[in-house]
Design a protein around this ligand. Structure first.
Ligand SMILES: O=C(O)C(=O)C[C@@H](O)[C@H](O)CO
Ligand SMILES: [Mg+2]
Length: 382
């Protein structure tokens, strides 16, 4: 069997789907994308084509290593997202050829169902209580929200009080009937992280995500020393070579590689396994589409240390498109009591509605995150 064609489809809300075709008619789908840089990743996928066209798609490991090493420069958000989506599609092809879901090719199930969580509150966290109440009815009991709005590198007690009040209200309303993670989203600089973590500790959030920016990872062990709140990060780290230094330095309790940014199933499986050796749990980042989520679930179902899975249904980014819009087998993604079952169909287990994808790709938006500014006019971390 040989790879004969790669086709990318940028689609609303902000995703990109990749179709890899073979000379025997087997097709694989992947989701290579960096939110806000879809066109750049699309070009990176096109630049990877010479390593793929005419090659045997079953040789995923050799194709992965060639895409990673043969171009001399390596790593980073764009190249690793391109490789990620291609890798997903290759695993999809392999599973379809062998008639098995990907998790079977990776050693089989380590659990029967996977715990999912839902975003609430939007870019500037609001209406959280109501949104949690609504999602509870749908069976969710684990949530994530932004921990703050814009925050200066050194900011006021009033801003700290605002962040703490929001969390206090959640605990007041729900007690310990729910759990919630706080995403600092890189908005909190090191000078403010300690204060916020100390003030929030009394409410025992399930985790604090990106407590500081990924480029400040050396603070993870120092922050972990001063708080009992589990620290989570990973969406802005792109290969096991980045994660190894963070694991060795300590401080992370939860690692959140993104299956569409960190080299795909082949790489994230290795990251998950490295994390397990450090007693670090796995909670793949996935504010994206159905193929990305499917890739996450296959890694979750074979990784002992997988504890939580993000999914984008109802997320504030999904304007103009929703998680299952491009999926035919929507029922396979059903979330019951906050859990998802293994995807049973061969490959990644996503039956893509190709007509819908092609139609939607005709007027795909160039999604960009907003550019925020502090009151002094300087750019703020979004
Ligand atoms: O889901 C998360 O944890 C995020 O921090 C969302 C962020 O990654 C946006 O997708 C960037 O556009
Ligand atoms: Mg995040």
């Amino acid at each position: 069997m040989k790879i004969i064609k790669l086709t990318t489809y940028r689609v609303p809300p902000r995703w990109m789907l990749l179709k890899i075709e073979t000379d025997e008619g087997v097709v694989g789908w992947g989701e290579p994308v960096i939110e806000g840089r879809a066109r750049t990743v699309e070009t990176a996928v096109q630049e990877m084509e010479p390593y793929l066209i005419g090659q045997d798609p079953s040789r995923i490991n050799d194709l992965w290593q060639t895409m990673y090493r043969a171009g001399f420069y390596r790593g980073g958000a764009i190249l690793m997202s391109a490789i990620a989506g291609i890798d997903q599609a290759l695993w999809d092809i392999k599973g379809k050829v062998l008639g098995k879901p990907v998790y079977e090719l990776l050693g089989g199930l380590v659990r029967d169902r996977m715990k999912m969580y839902s975003w609430v509150g939007g870019d500037r966290p609001s209406d959280i209580i109501e949104q949690i109440r609504t999602l509870q009815k749908g069976g969710f009991n684990t949530f994530k929200m932004n921990g703050t709005e814009e925050l200066g590198m050194l900011d006021t007690s009033a801003k700290v009080d605002e962040a703490v009040r929001r969390v206090a209200e959640i605990r007041e309303a729900f007690g310990t009937t729910i759990e919630f993670g706080l995403d600092f989203h890189g908005r909190v600089a090191a000078p403010m992280a300690k204060t916020l973590l100390r003030e929030l500790e009394q409410f025992r959030p399930l985790f604090v995500e990106e407590p500081v920016l990924a480029e400040q990872a050396e603070y993870y062990p120092r922050l972990a020393e001063m708080t009992s709140i589990p620290l989570a990060a990973g969406e802005r780290m792109y290969s096991r070579f980045e994660f190894k230094n963070v694991f060795a330095a300590g401080g992370l309790s939860i690692v959140q590689p993104d299956l569409s940014h960190a080299g795909g199933i082949t790489e994230c499986l290795k990251i998950a396994s490295m994390a397990e050796a450090y007693d670090i749990t796995l909670a793949p980042h996935c504010p994206l589409g159905p193929v990305a989520l499917a890739a996450c679930l296959h890694v979750d179902f074979v990784s002992y240390n997988a504890v939580l899975q993000e999914q984008s249904m109802g997320i504030h980014y999904n304007k103009g498109g929703e998680l299952l819009d491009y999926v035919v087998n929507k029922e396979d993604f059903k979330i019951v009591d906050g859990f998802c079952n293994p995807l049973p169909k061969p490959g990644l287990g996503v039956v893509v509605d190709e007509e819908r994808v092609i139609e939607a790709s005709k007027n795909a938006p160039d999604w960009r995150n907003p550019v925020w500014r502090h009151e002094d006019g300087s750019v703020a971390e979004w």
